[in-house]
Design a protein around this ligand. Structure first.
Ligand SMILES: [Zn+2]
Length: 242
C-alpha cells in the first residue's frame, strides 16, 4: 500500500478553505453574500466535491458562513464577530483546560477597568440605557432565563460602553460561560448570585462619570459574585459526572 498520499487531499481542502477565508476577510464576499455554489467552486478550484464540501464545513464550524436550505440555499457569509471566542472559552472550560478560579481572576482585572472606561464614556444615550437596565432588574421576572438576561444586562452594557471591542468580546465570552453554568445549576436562591439592586453602586458611579468609584464598586460586586460562581461550578461539575 506504500505510495498513497492521503495528505494531499487534506491539503487541497485546506487550500480551498484558506482562499475562501481570505476572500471573505478581504471583503470580496460581504456579510449576507452567498458563496458560489458547490458546483461552481468545484470547477474553479478544480478539485473534487468532497474537497469543497470539507472546506465549507470548516467555514461553517468556525462561524464564517451559515448554511441555508431551500431554492436560494447555500453558504451565506456571516457577519464576523467574536462568537468564536465565546465558544472557544466554553470548549476550554468543558475540556478542563480553563477553570472558574482562572476565569474569575481575569474578570476581576478586566471588569473594573471596563467600568472605569464606561464612566469616562457616559453619554445621555448610554445613561438612558443604563437607567433602563437598572429599572428592568427590579421588574418581576416571568422565567429564569429572562431574569438571568436582566441581571447581566448592566455587564453587557458597560462592556459596550467601554469603547474597546476586545474588552467587550472577552467580557461577553466570560458572561456566556457563566450563563451556561448557572443555567445548568439553576440555583433556587438566585438572589445569592445577583440580587435586585446589586449593580446600583456601579451604575450610579458610571452615571456620575466617577471612573474610580465605578471601578471600586465593580470590584466589590465581583468579589462577591465570583465566590458564588465557584460554588456553582462545583455543583455543575458534579452534575456533569452523571
Ligand atoms: Zn453583576
Amino acid at each position: 500500500m506504500a505510495g498513497f498520499k492521503p495528505i494531499k487531499q487534506i491539503r487541497a481542502s485546506e487550500e480551498v478553505l484558506a482562499q475562501l477565508k481570505e476572500a471573505i476577510l478581504r471583503g470580496r464576499f460581504k456579510a449576507g453574500d452567498k458563496l458560489p455554489s458547490e458546483r461552481e467552486l468545484t470547477e474553479q478550484f478544480q478539485v473534487s466535491r468532497g474537497v469543497v464540501r470539507e472546506a465549507i464545513r470548516v467555514l461553517e464550524m468556525t462561524g464564517f458562513v451559515t448554511m441555508r436550505q431551500g431554492p436560494a440555499g447555500g453558504a451565506y457569509v456571516t457577519d464576523i464577530n467574536f462568537d468564536n471566542l465565546s465558544n472557544g472559552f466554553l470548549d476550554l472550560y468543558l475540556g478542563n483546560k480553563l477553570s472558574i478560579p482562572e476565569l474569575n481572576q481575569v474578570r476581576l482585572h478586566l471588569e473594573p477597568e471596563v467600568a472605569r472606561l464606561a464612566a469616562l464614556n457616559i453619554t445621555p444615550e448610554y445613561a438612558a440605557r443604563l437607567e433602563g437596565a437598572l429599572a428592568a432588574e427590579r421588574q418581576p421576572s416571568v422565567d429564569y432565563d429572562e431574569r438571568m438576561q436582566r441581571m447581566t444586562e448592566v455587564h453587557y452594557l458597560l462592556a459596550e460602553m467601554c469603547g474597546n471591542y476586545l474588552f467587550e468580546a472577552i467580557v461577553n465570552a466570560i458572561i456566556k460561560l457563566t450563563h451556561q453554568i448557572v443555567d445548568a445549576v439553576k440555583p433556587e436562591d438566585h438572589n445569592s448570585l445577583h440580587g435586585a439592586g446589586e449593580h446600583d453602586q456601579v451604575a450610579r458611579a458610571v452615571l456620575a462619570g466617577d471612573a474610580e468609584g465605578a471601578a471600586k464598586a465593580m470590584t466589590a460586586h465581583l468579589e462577591k459574585f465570583c465566590k458564588e460562581l465557584i460554588r456553582m461550578d462545583q455543583i455543575y461539575k458534579g452534575l456533569m459526572r452523571y
